[in-house]
Structures are given as structure tokens and as C-alpha cells.
Design a protein around this ligand. Structure first.
Ligand code: SAH
Length: 250
């Protein structure tokens, strides 16, 4: 009896440690608590930059989506530990995935609605496209570096972001066959606002684009095409992006 009692105690200990392993391993893999902390940081930034978010904070739908997208699966393995930190990270080929706040801000600024068609220039890791995917009807994304574009397309398909289409091309010229777009997000800094993208913006549509040289101050610009076709531009805040290459290069 006594021996059995010891066995039972042992079993309890084994089960308890197995339960502890499950409860520590599962969230470690899912990393949802890190995403929750990331969302709080984004909200804090939005409070300290009220004019950038038009005085109303980041749209809760954008934050909910960012709370679900597994950012750690979009960065190289050696960067995974830092995936939810509030900073840009290298993704190879000299390119970077933007800081979470900037992703939230850019997504928020184009006011994506469920029926919208959105164009992204600079697919990079595919993370920004994944964040746009549940918010829009269709996401088109263009990447100039073939290896990055192909890798991002495979990752997005694997994670079932099925409404995202990626092509390898020079995004300066947009995607005329799929235009017009209700929203356009340019995730590399252009020396000027690319006229083909303004052309491909739908009436009532919005584009966010960082403008400025690689060694000069860049500003995030908001371009709006009104219902009557007139264009307004607004300079929002200083930012730091990798340069837009290809046709946009002076
Ligand atoms: N949005 C990305 C990060 C982009 S980094 C993400 O979520 O991970 C900027 C990307 O723009 C780089 O991958 C770079 O190769 C790409 N790029 C630069 N110039 C481009 C151009 N003319 N057309 C398309 N992509 C371009």
C-alpha cells in the first residue's frame, strides 16, 4: 500500500510537471501574450502622436487583427525572439520589416473596409499584407526582390491569407490591371509621390507613402483622392524607411 502511495505521488508529480510544460510551451509557441503587450505599446504610441492618427487612436479592428497575425513567423529564425519588440527587424537582402506601430499607423490611415481592394508596394516579409488581409476584400502586393517576393507569397499561402496576391515587379508603376485601389500602402521611401500610384487610387481612396531621400529626413505622407477626383496631400510624421528602388530612383 505504502509503495503504491509513493507511485501515486510520483504520478501526480509527473502529471503536474507535464501540465506545467503544456501551459508554458503552448503560449510560448502561440506568443499571444507578447502580441497583447505589443498592442498596448502601439496604443501608447498613438496617444503620444495624436495628430498622426487623426486624434482618435488606432482603429480597434486594426489592433484586433494585429493581435492575431503571428509576426514571429514573418521574420528570419534568428530574429524570432525579438519579433514582438517595438522596432524594425532585418528580413534579409538589406531590407527590414517595419516597427509594429508604423504598420498599425499605415493600416489605420488608409481606412480599409471589408469590400476594399488594397495595393501594397514592398511586400518584404509579407507581414503588412497579412495584417491587411482580414480587413480588406483583396490585397495586391508588389516586391522588387524576387527571393523576398517568392518567400512572402509562399508564407502567406501557408498561413492561409488567401486573398493576398503577390507579384515580383517594380511597384513604382503600380498594378494597372488590378486598379483602381481603395487604399495604397507604400512601405519603402520614395523621392516623390509616384504619379502612377496616384493615378491608380480610386476616388475616395487613400494612400500612405514615406517620401524623402535615404540620408535625408523622410515624412509619412497621406494622399487622398476626393470623390470629385481632386488630390490632397498631408505630411504626418518623420519616419525612416529603406529606399524605393527601380523606376522611382532619380
Ligand atoms: N512591408 C514589408 C516591409 C517592407 S521593406 C513587410 O511587412 O515586411 C521595403 C520593401 O520594399 C523591401 O522588401 C524592398 O525590396 C521593397 N522595394 C523597394 N523598392 C521597390 C519597388 N520599386 N517595388 C516593389 N518593392 C520595392
Amino acid at each position: 500500500m505504502r509503495r503504491l502511495g509513493q507511485c501515486q505521488r510520483l504520478l501526480v508529480v509527473v502529471l503536474a510537471s507535464a501540465a506545467a510544460m503544456v501551459s508554458t510551451c503552448a503560449p510560448a509557441q502561440d506568443r499571444s501574450s507578447e502580441r497583447t503587450a505589443m498592442i498596448e505599446t502601439i496604443k501608447g504610441h498613438a496617444r503620444s502622436a495624436p495628430s498622426a492618427v487623426e486624434g482618435r487612436g488606432v482603429d480597434p479592428a486594426v489592433l484586433t487583427t494585429m493581435g492575431k497575425v503571428p509576426r514571429h513567423l514573418f521574420v528570419p529564425e534568428e530574429q524570432r525572439g525579438a519579433a514582438y519588440r517595438d522596432r524594425p527587424l532585418p528580413i534579409g537582402y538589406g531590407q527590414t520589416i517595419s516597427q509594429p506601430f508604423i504598420v498599425a499607423l499605415m493600416t489605420d490611415l488608409i481606412n480599409v473596409g471589408p469590400g476594399d481592394s488594397v495595393l501594397e508596394i514592398g511586400t518584404g516579409s509579407g507581414y503588412q499584407a497579412a495584417v491587411l488581409s482580414p480587413l480588406a476584400a483583396k490585397v495586391y502586393s508588389i516586391e522588387i526582390i524576387p527571393q523576398l517576393g517568392e518567400r512572402a507569397a509562399a508564407r502567406l499561402a501557408e498561413l492561409r491569407y488567401n486573398n493576398v496576391e503577390v507579384k515580383v515587379d517594380d511597384g513604382y508603376y503600380g498594378w494597372p490591371a488590378r486598379a483602381p485601389f481603395d487604399g495604397i500602402v507604400v512601405t519603402a521611401a520614395a523621392s516623390h509621390i509616384p504619379p502612377p500610384l496616384v493615378e491608380q487610387l480610386a476616388r475616395g481612396g487613400r494612400m500612405v507613402v514615406p517620401v524623402g531621400g535615404p540620408f535625408a529626413t523622410q515624412f509619412l505622407m497621406l494622399v487622398e483622392k476626393r470623390r470629385d477626383g481632386s488630390i490632397t496631400t498631408r505630411q504626418l510624421l518623420p519616419v525612416s524607411f529603406v529606399p524605393l528602388r527601380g523606376g522611382g530612383t532619380p
